[in-house]
Write a new protein. Structure first.
Length: 66
């Protein structure tokens, strides 16, 4: 549980960095995202989900990351 909470905290830190460093750029980017079709957002989300699961699998079940 300690590792989970640590990783969750790190996610919050990494997600906040663009908003702190480039607030105007993030506003423009979020406005563009709101114009994207739902299917494109879903596809991007599924890709990110699959990539995240693959990275978790590779780090936990293989010797690629000792």
């Amino acid at each position: 549980m300690k590792l989970f909470v640590t990783v969750l905290g790190l996610i919050f830190v990494l997600e906040a960095i663009p908003y702190v460093l480039f607030p105007e750029g993030m506003q423009r980017w979020l406005a563009r995202i709101s114009q994207m079709p739902a299917g494109a957002l879903r596809g991007t989300g599924l890709f990110a989900l699959a990539l995240g699961l693959l990275l978790c699998y590779l780090t936990q079940r293989t010797a690629l990351f000792p």
